[in-house]
Write a protein that binds this ligand. Structure first.
Ligand code: CUA
Length: 325
């Protein structure tokens, strides 16, 4: 048990901890968890106490006559075995499926509220800010203390969108749009994760939600809405040209250029993101170069093919993409 506990505790970390909530919905979920946990431990304590009592009685040979004992046992079975569980389960059902569900639900779509359309792909997340031209991947920004409506859909199989510190999980179903609220009551970075097994790289389908002060968020969104900057420097210019003439442009979009593929993430402002490949690697020139030259060695099975580029070509593409901020 100690070894198991140590192994489990090694996974403890606040960044994805549903018991360190940062929104009203996540707080309700966390307190529901603690209530259920408390009631469960009470139940286990009661059963263990009864077993120990029976054991003691059997050894001291004292106690009620057989008839009295049978009556007592019958009452305990009815009370603790039938009436109490039904009452507790009914109460928990009402609290979890009616009260808590209500606080976690998506706010209505209206003209004043921001809606983000999140699309799950094998194995990354696309985020479109509806009503704007902003599109990003795997790093979603929201203003702090503001209820945001998130609609989720899938481009392929069932995924599940979950930011444990902010709200419950929501599935992305083929042919259907689900919605949930995204809200954070503290500025910060919150890690999210696909939590529906969706293939080889399911574990590498993470994302971040950044809750920014409103002014920072507005600046970020305004920047994301703009088309890509023109490359600066000869190497980056060479990379920009290579991007358009190679197969990069048939899978990725860079707004403001001819590249408009939608198989992979939109790269218009890829240089402004902190990570690549759905949080699999940090976004720096070394990792980006390695990703471009051989992404399969980092995330086997992902849809980006090895294009057998020369070192010079990889350097040019890296210089161009890093400059897209
Ligand atoms: Cu997507 Cu698991």
């Amino acid at each position: 048990m100690l070894a198991t506990a140590a192994l489990l505790a090694a996974g403890c970390d606040e960044q994805q901890d549903s018991l360190a909530p940062r929104s009203h919905a996540a707080k309700d979920i966390a307190s529901l968890f603690w209530w259920m946990m408390g009631i469960s431990w009470f139940g286990i304590g009661l059963v263990v106490a009864l077993i120990m009592l029976a054991w003691r009685r059997a050894h001291t040979k004292r106690g009620h006559s057989v008839k009295e004992g049978e009556q007592l046992a019958f009452r305990i079975v009815i009370g603790a075995g039938i009436v109490m569980p039904i009452a507790l389960i009914a109460a928990l059902f009402v609290i979890s499926d009616i009260l808590v569900i209500k606080t976690t639900q998506a706010p209505a779509a209206d003209a004043t509220r921001m809606t983000i359309l999140v699309t799950g792909h094998q194995w990354w997340w696309q985020a479109n800010y509806l009503g704007t031209t902003a599109v990003t991947a795997n790093e979603i920004h929201i203003p702090v203390n503001t209820p945001v409506r998130v609609e989720v859909q899938t481009a392929d199989v069932i995924h599940s969108f979950w930011v444990p510190r902010l709200n419950r999980t929501i599935d992305t179903m083929p042919g259907k749009r689900n919605a949930i609220e995204l809200y954070a009551d503290a500025v910060g970075r919150y890690r999210g994760q696909c939590d529906e097994f969706c293939g080889l790289q399911h574990a590498h389908m993470g994302f971040y939600v950044f809750a920014d002060p409103p002014s920072v968020f507005r600046r970020w969104l305004a920047r994301q809405e703009q088309p890509a900057k023109a490359p600066t420097g000869a190497l980056a210019a060479q990379g920009a040209k290579l991007f358009q003439t190679s197969s990069c442009a048939s899978c990725h979009a860079i707004r403001g250029t001819a590249a408009s593929g939608d198989v992979g993430p939109d790269l218009t402002h890829v240089g402004s993101r902190t990570t690549l490949a759905a949080l699999a690697i940090p976004n720096d020139p070394a990792h980006l170069a390695r990703w471009i030259s051989d992404s399969q060695s980092i995330k086997p099975g992902n849809q980006m093919p090895n294009m057998n580029l020369s070192t010079g070509q990889v350097q040019a593409l890296t210089a161009y993409l890093e400059g897209l901020r």
